[in-house]
Design a protein around this ligand. Sequence first.
Ligand SMILES: Cc1cc2nc3c(=O)[nH]c(=O)nc-3n(C[C@H](O)[C@H](O)[C@H](O)COP(=O)(O)OP(=O)(O)OC[C@H]3O[C@@H](n4cnc5c(N)ncnc54)[C@H](O)[C@@H]3O)c2cc1C
Length: 541
Amino acid sequence: QSVELVNRATASDPSSFASQSFDYIVVGAGTAGLAVASKLAQDGKARVGIIEAGLYLPNDPLIDVPKNFGQNNGNPKYDWRFNTTPQAELSGRTVPHPRGKVVGGSTALNYLVFNRASKQEYDAWAEIGNDGWDWNSLTNSFREVSHYTSITDNQTFPNSLDANSINSQSEQYHGTDGVIQVSYNTFETDVQDPYVQAMNSLGVSTNSLPDSGNITGVYNSPTAVDRTTGKRSYAASFYVKNMDNDHFVLLQGARATKIDFSPNKNKDGNVVATGVTFDVSGTSYTVKAGKEVILSAGVFQSPQLLELSGIGNSTILQRFGINTLVDLPGVGENLMDHAMSAQMWQVNPGVVTWDQLRINTTFAAAAAQQYNTTHDGVLASTINTVAFSSFRTVADNDTAYGDLLNTLDQWINSTSLTPLQSKQYDIQKRWINESVPGMEFVMIPSGGLTRTRPANDTSYMIISAILQHPFSRGNVHINSSDPMELPAVDPKYLTSPFDVAALVQGVQFANKLVSTEPLASLITTRIDPATNFTSGAHFEG
Ligand SMILES: Cc1cc2nc3c(=O)[nH]c(=O)nc-3n(C[C@H](O)[C@H](O)[C@H](O)COP(=O)(O)OP(=O)(O)OC[C@H]3O[C@@H](n4cnc5c(N)ncnc54)[C@H](O)[C@@H]3O)c2cc1C
């Protein structure tokens, strides 16, 4: 059935695609690419051609069933399968980086948490020179993209507003006819309420309106799940919406290899993109763009394509025999990735978590039956219990917090910074002072995402501490002039000592949390890392 649909929806074969006349060529049918293409092609304003390396995969349970999140990571049918270079601060370990290689991009394999950043974080985009990307300007787009399904009273968290108040206030922040479905889990495990209450006891209060620009607190995140079908809602919906729009033409299974430029610069002295060269099954084609080429191939492959096309640091380009069109040393630099550290605890027998699907065949059969008939329940759920906190709340005491800030200042003073880094670090330091949350805690009510394999008859809970605004900076660059080779990704995790110290505080906070009632009574023991890890020095190691 899926093959038949792919054939019907495939816009064109490569030669006819290449011969068409387009105003815009969009590279990458992922989250950004499909949204921008849909907007440009709406109301017949412009003709847009989209080049995507992956395929459209409708009716695929590994994409559609929310609870299957994570299962297509590492599978070449869905995932580009990036790995970082060996990371010095992780004893030379490499870190896998899944990225979606399908229509819908990484939203086809992400974890479906539909949440937002703080108002201050969007405002910073505008502050560093991106006019129109501040919170106030973006709220219209937030509303336009989403289709909100109301929360019900039995879906709310302890100490939150009632469903009516949440729904009436959410109208400001969510739309009702966008293509991305936004709804709340319809199944909760036994660990969720005690977890929220333990958070409350440690000073992290329940936030009922986290999409309002204030994300501080523990909250019930909306998820990108279609409440009617129980399926993942993701960027491919922009494609589905445009299937009958002859101004929106998607070519699947086509890999862009180079952006083409006019031999002449424009009157401002800038190079002008004229089209894109792409590869389908070993044959190369070129398609022209009347107005613009939009590069939306994701965080790793957009810089790769720029470098392959002659835009980047000329020293790197020369190394691979690429002629420099624009010497732009910033390309591929300043890569930031939020480091995280996950710990796993065993929970007491009888405590219901998602592990029931693995250890209890009756439970699993009932869940499948429920999903197939009413499209809800545990299989329609994903991660929803998230908390965002300031470093002051996470730090053990005033001294620990003071030490954290000193570590940061000393490191910044002894490091040579690019002008962009200086500007960003000033903003990041301001956020710390203003208590904009720098640490996220994600609770996963099951085992399986850390080092130790879950035992057959046992249930678990994982808490991940995640740095929101790391100070470490890495890069991504081509490793070869062959466009079929993946670029080298080097996030330089934890090269800033502040990141290490802050993450250790986060890991210790998670341990304090599981010792806090009513959560403490559900916990048997920590499994990852082993119980002899107790001090900051252990976690740092
Ligand atoms: C495992 C995982 C879990 C995540 N969980 C969440 C979550 O719960 N909530 C959340 O909000 N975010 C989450 N994210 C992040 C979010 O999904 C991404 O930030 C977002 O999808 C990135 O969008 P993008 O448009 O930049 O790139 P993508 O969506 O990855 O799109 C890039 C597209 O370009 C295509 N492409 C690349 N190179 C070429 C080429 N040379 N030629 C043609 N096509 C090309 C790719 O195949 C892809 O379709 C998660 C990400 C991952 C990987």
